[in-house]
Design a protein around this ligand. Structure first.
Ligand SMILES: Cc1ncc(COP(=O)(O)O)c(C=O)c1O
Length: 415
């Protein structure tokens, strides 16, 4: 187990990051902004002008699968039916009830008053950090984490307790136990239970039970990020929140299954925490997103969502299987990779002679993009140097074939 102090770490783990932008003369910024570096994704976007680039980099849904007709009809009905949809409004109650029904399908029992609608999962994570974490406080998470989570906590300059992850069974719960039994009391444990970003793994049922048992015993909340929970390709296991309704603060999202631009997600929390989170949300955006909340609710009420979701799952599963086959066929001997049961991401660990950050520019020139593994490492960790994260949801099958052939060539020529 390792302890990393963000205060003393120089910043992003991906070399060579350009220096932080110089603030205007005379403008005095908060101290944490001195650690800000452009993310690897911003750097990649800045040199990706090629029209024929195949990108496995960003975790985007397939745009051709967006339920455009159903959403257009729902938007029309909402706009014509009630101009209040464009008004300042608190969270739309019917949508909370629909979220409760969706949660029941995930095996979670909750009530509308335990639900806070948020500006998607990203804001949910920000609000939870805002109410749980003091500046300089401690967070327990994995060494390789969702980049957006690093951005959520960086302004708190936290002390990070980083634990490893097994590609088949998820977070190292033994290491979590050692930290807690050694007396550590982090503000929260961050966990992506299913379809882990970037690792593509899911937490095993046994580890789920142990993690919530540890959280409850040591009175440490778990922030469960379930952004990919509904995108399952095998029989799903219930999320942590199904096992504990006190210590697990659950985050859900419509981004991956409806449309990210709706910016719609939710938190399921103990009832008494919801008004506190609501105040934090008011401070962020006056608790607003009335229009997309109403359109999503209207769309869900129209009954088309289950069929849409089944179609998305089927197509993504096809793309996942195609990419897994091509990883076996095209990538060097000794490559390890995850087989995701959920989500949109595969983690690929190449033999140690490869440095995927150094290789990225060559790969982009050859017309294929990925995210180097080191971009996901918490500050101070060297994890992910020979690894890459590949997305399988965005590209259509012919592009997946072409992109994987290019990647295979680059690795053969440089390995
Ligand atoms: C693990 C994880 N959590 C949260 C998010 C943020 O999603 P949203 O669009 O719901 O804000 C993402 C987005 O890719 C993600 O991968």
């Amino acid at each position: 187990m390792s302890v990393i102090d963000l205060h003393t770490d120089p910043g992003c783990a991906v070399p060579p990051a350009p220096p932080a932008p110089e603030p205007d003369a005379g403008l005095s910024l908060a101290g944490w902004t001195g650690d800000v570096r452009p993310s690897v994704i911003q750097r990649m976007l800045s040199f990706s002008g090629r029209a024929d680039l195949v990108t496995f980099a960003l975790g985007l849904p397939a745009p051709e699968l967006f339920p455009v007709d159903g959403l257009a009809r729902a938007a029309e009905r909402v706009l014509r039916g009630d101009a209040q949809a464009l008004q300042y409004k608190p969270g739309f109650h019917p949508l909370k009830e629909q979220v409760v029904a969706i949660m029941a399908q995930r095996g979670v029992r909750c009530r509308p008053e335990q639900v806070l609608l948020t500006t998607a999962a990203q804001q949910a994570l920000s609000l939870l950090a805002r109410v749980l974490l003091e500046p300089g406080g401690t967070v327990l998470c994995e060494q390789l984490v969702y980049m957006g989570f690093k951005q959520v906590i960086e302004s708190y300059r936290p002390r990070i307790l980083a634990v490893g992850t097994d590609l088949r069974t998820g977070m190292d719960v033994d290491a979590v136990q050692r930290h807690l039994e050694a007396g550590e009391r982090p503000a929260f444990i961050y966990c992506v239970t299913d379809g882990h970003n970037p690792l593509g793994c899911s937490l095993s049922p046994g580890k789920r039970r142990r993690l919530v048992e540890l959280a409850a015993r040591h009175r440490v909340p778990v922030v469960e990020d379930d952004a990919y929970g509904m995108l399952h390709y095998e029989r799903p296991d219930p999320p942590l929140r199904a096992l504990d309704d006190r210590w697990v603060l659950y985050v859900g999202s419509f981004s991956k299954v409806l449309a990210p631009s709706f910016r719609l997600g939710w938190i399921v929390a103990p009832r008494e925490l919801v008004p506190v989170l609501g105040c934090a949300k008011d401070g962020a955006d006056l608790d607003m997103a009335s229009f997309s909340q109403r359109v999503a609710s209207e769309y869900l009420a129209s009954g088309g969502f289950p069929e849409h979701l089944a179609r998305v799952r089927m197509e993504y599963q096809r793309r996942r299987d195609l990419m897994l086959g091509l990883i076996r066929a095209e990538l060097p001997a000794g490559t390890r990779f995850s087989t995701p049961r959920n989500g949109a991401l595969i983690w690929v660990e190449l033999p140690a002679r490869y440095d995927t950050d150094a290789l990225l520019e060559t790969a982009m020139q050859a017309g294929v993009a990925y995210v180097p593994g080191a971009a996901f490492a918490v500050p101070g960790s060297t994890a992910g140097r020979s690894a890459m994260r590949l997305n399988f949801s965005y590209c259509a099958p012919p592009q997946i074939r072409e992109g994987m052939a290019r990647l295979g060539r680059v690795l053969r020529e440089t390995g």
